[in-house]
Design a protein around this ligand. Structure first.
Ligand code: 13P
Length: 259
């Protein structure tokens, strides 16, 4: 049985004051929704603030079951890499998770499949749970290349080190680039097709783990569309951008796991 994971990617948003407010609103909303039986305690929650607000998350969330993590990580352990942050540093802030290969990192910061794979391995080595983000652009989808692109993104990781002992801690997030921040979400059928193909690919490399690994969906997930997406058999949660900046909406998305 895979536990649903509802993750909020806050991207480069917020101030110290607004992040503090968002964290306390989120805790309150979640506590109330759980007490009212609207959100199951089986749902796992995680938030991804900008690096500089990780300490704020630790301060607000340490006594809760909500996890937090960073939006990227260096592939290197330490050294002369100006602007970078290592997995060991993230562990000092009690991060459990880290996003790797978000499409904004791939597109705007030119991270290649190989770069992303190295970050993924660095995270696992330091006992962080990487959330590997994959997804095709609109042009690639229209050209019928979606699965080809996604499978290459995953293959880069599997080829580098699929034998890592804690590989099952990793999560894969399917985020079609054309659905991110556009309001155009993929249909449940499109999402299920890709998630099933990802699980089949995992099975070839790690038959022992493929059924345990969580594959979550991201791209314009909102309270209104969460239920039909989360009902799909291979959709094990959501990676939420814009809607995660409003505590009420974010918690409503988790409430949609109750089916
Ligand atoms: P939106 O939910 O704003 O479309 O963002 C999705 C995303 O990029 C999460 O990582």
């Amino acid at each position: 049985m895979r536990r649903h994971l509802i993750a909020g990617n806050w991207k480069m948003n917020g101030t110290r004051a607004s992040i503090g407010l968002l964290l306390s609103d989120f805790k309150q909303e979640l506590e109330a929704a759980t007490a009212a039986g609207r959100v199951s305690s089986d749902v796992e929650w995680a938030v991804f603030p900008p690096f500089v607000f990780l300490a704020e998350c630790q301060h607000h969330l340490a006594e809760t079951s909500i996890a937090w993590g960073a939006q990227t990580v260096s592939e290197h352990a330490y050294g002369a890499f100006t602007g970078e942050t290592s997995a060991a540093m993230l562990k000092e802030f009690a991060c459990q998770y880290v996003l790797v290969g978000h499409s904004e990192r791939r597109q705007l910061f030119k991270e290649s499949n190989k770069d992303v794979a190295k970050k993924f391995v660095a995270a696992l080595h330091y006992d962080l749970k990487p959330i590997l983000c994959v997804g095709e652009t609109e042009i690639e989808r229209e050209a019928g290349l979606s699965l080809h692109v996604i499978q290459a993104q995953i293959a880069a990781v599997l080829e580098l080190d699929a034998q890592l002992p804690n590989f099952q801690n990793a999560v894969i997030a399917y985020e079609p680039v054309w659905a991110i921040g556009t309001g155009k979400n993929a249909t449940p059928e499109q999402v299920q097709e890709v998630h099933a193909a990802i699980r089949a690919q995992l099975r070839v490399h790690r038959a022992d783990l493929a059924d345990q690994m969580r594959i979550i969906y991201g791209g314009s997930v909102k309270p209104e569309n969460a239920k039909i997406l989360l009902e799909m058999p291979d959709v094990d949660g959501a990676l939420v951008g814009g809607a995660s900046l409003q505590a009420k909406h974010f918690v409503e998305i988790g409430a949609a796991c109750n089916h």
